[in-house]
Design a protein around this ligand. Structure first.
Ligand code: ADP
Length: 541
């Protein structure tokens, strides 16, 4: 029997339309550099998105065409995000931090028909566009007076297109299962792989991520997505903000701690999100200059493991709550967020920090379990470790152009993360399966060792990698960056591990470096470190 309910499709355009209708005067602010900002309302953002959709239609863009962006987060990127998806085309947010060859690969693979580029990435596009034959139009995301000197042919001007566009564009009623966004994995193993999010998957993800135990967003929030639109759609925040009526503050290109701190203060930001390394640098900056944010209350951290030490520094030092989250490009990205249950109020502070160091429990809509090498389900007892598999309406079932991701025979997505899940449903990552340290037939968790290293006050950044060992196959090596003004003492640091893990887990040696290598998505490049230190001979071996 059919229900009596309307079959209104779940469409991304409804988010910006809702924001214009219900939160019309709420601001969207974009940092332009040098302390300058652009500000306007959701109503204006909606109107300009519709004009852009009209302009793209007039240029011949059709439903299903891929329209790429090469841009920092800002109001024009936000408009493009809604215009392209709202008209039924697919918004491919290219990650300009990838190697040039990978940028070229993703744009060729996507067969992008139009590229919108901001001033900072014009030279990158000059290198890539000539080898992308599918491109029909190039648009500079700026005003006529700011058009760059460029070798790009027939570069159109965004503001001119908008000024001349039809003002009466109406969002079409699309199929909610149609593709809306195209996001590529960062290709740490092989070529980047494309994941197509649908309107439906995006809306369901957006509802779920706004909830109190997810990102806790509301009309009282002022959100600064420091994670960029080109990295898994900024965790979905540019969709959740219009849904809730939160004010949105885009930091643009200025991601250094001083610029971020000034922006958070001037725009009264309450909530922000990015990868752990950025918040580590932000913390050091605040400590050095003895600064205290006056409105910032919540930071969402994901993309790599966030150590309990970092969580404690923010919560105890600044009263800023840290929320650990886990996700992947293939999972839209948010699947797991860490928030307390009622019973945790009675726990000791240390136990609560340890719990917060776990990645968290699944959002409604996401199912997860752990399996062993034979595909058997392992118990949720907080001890058994296996491969995490997930399924749900915003989880990828195939990559763009048909390649199948790793799926179990019964259709669960195999994440490549080795984890445990406790009886309360909290998942904790041991490692990515390719980073696990295998020693004498047993596994050592590099993340657990890194968290211990980071709890020592001489250490700012830490990575534990496997180095070959003649007897044990692999042994852990700790690579650290010292906190400013501190020296890392190998023996003191190794002694810091005693009593916290079994003795055979303690790293064989400590190496101090000036910087750790990071990928385009803010993860330590362990492959590179393993290569760099493969011949390292620990002292005393
Ligand atoms: P890629 O870098 O391969 O494109 P993503 O950017 O999609 O991958 O990142 C997904 C991976 O990031 C996860 O599989 C996991 O290994 C890691 N990750 C994400 N969030 C966390 C977290 N909170 N703690 C530890 N690892 C995380």
């Amino acid at each position: 029997m059919n229900s009596s309910m309307m079959g209104t499709p779940l469409l991304i355009s409804s988010l910006i339309q809702h924001a214009a209708n219900v939160h019309g005067t709420v601001e969207v602010v974009s940092a332009l550099g040098g302390g300058k900002v652009h500000r306007y309302s959701y109503a204006q953002a909606h109107s300009r998105s519709r004009r852009l959709a009209a302009a793209l239609t007039a240029l011949g863009v059709e439903a299903g065409d891929r329209v790429a962006t090469l841009a920092w987060s800002g109001y024009r990127h936000f408009e493009t995000y809604y215009a392209v998806t709202g008209m039924g085309a697919v918004c491919h947010t290219v990650n300009p931090k990838l190697f040039v060859e990978q940028v070229r690969y993703t744009m060729q693979h996507a067969e992008d028909a139009v590229v919108l580029v901001d001033a900072d990435f014009v030279s990158l596009l000059e290198q890539v566009a000539p080898s992308c034959p599918a491109i029909r139009h190039l648009i500079f995301m700026g005003a006529r007076g700011d058009m760059p000197q460029t070798t790009l042919p027939n570069l159109l001007c965004y503001e001119d297109l908008l000024a001349n566009a039809d003002d009466n564009f109406e969002w079409p009623a699309l199929d909610e299962d149609a593709a809306a966004y195209l996001s590529y994995t960062s290709g740490t193993t092989g070529n980047p792989k494309g994941v197509l999010y649908s309107h439906r998957s995006t809306i369901l993800h957006t509802y779920s991520m706004a909830l109190p135990d997810s990102m806790n967003l509301s009309g009282a929030s002022v959100i600064a997505p420091v994670i960029q639109l080109f990295h898994v759609n900024a965790f979905g925040l540019p969709c959740a903000a219009p849904l809730t009526g939160a004010k949105l503050v885009f930091p643009g290109a200025a991601l250094d701690p001083a610029s971020l701190f000034a922006l958070f203060e001037s725009e009264r930001v309450t909530m922000t999100a990015a990868v752990p390394t950025l918040w580590q640098q932000f913390l050091l900056y605040m400590q050095k200059d003895e600064l205290r944010p006056s409105t910032l209350k919540h930071i969402v951290i994901g993309g790599s493991a966030c150590s309990p030490a970092l969580i404690k520094s923010y919560q105890e030092g600044y009263g800023i709550q840290i929320r650990h989250v886990w996700g992947m490009t293939e999972t839209s990205p948010l699947c797991v967020t860490n928030s307390f249950r009622e019973k945790h109020a009675a726990w000791s502070a240390e136990d609560r920090y340890a719990l917060q160091g776990k990645q968290g429990r699944p959002l409604f809509g996401v199912q997860m379990k752990i399996i062993d090498a034979d595909g058997n389900t392992l118990p949720n007892d907080g001890r058994a470790c296996g491969e995490l598999v997930v399924r749900g309406p915003w989880i990828c079932r195939e990559y763009y152009k048909g390649t199948t991701p790793a799926l179990t025979p019964d259709g669960w997505f195999i994440t490549g993360d080795v984890v445990s899940i406790d009886a309360d449903g909290y998942m904790q990552i041991t490692d990515r399966s390719k980073d696990v340290i295998k020693t004498g037939g047993e596994w050592i968790s590099s993340i657990q060792l890194e968290n211990i290293a980071l709890s020592h006050n001489s250490v700012a950044e830490a990575a534990v990698i496997a180095i070959p060992h003649p007897k044990w196959d692999e042994r852990p090596l700790l690579v650290v960056v010292a906190r400013p003004g501190e020296q890392v003492d190998r023996d003191v640091l190794l002694a810091h591990f005693r009593g916290k893990v079994a003795n055979w887990w303690i790293p064989d040696d400590v190496v101090s470096v000036d910087n750790l290598p990071y990928t385009a998505t803010g993860k330590v490049e362990k492959k590179r470190l393993r290569e760099q230190f493969k011949d390292h001979q620990p002292s005393g071996r």
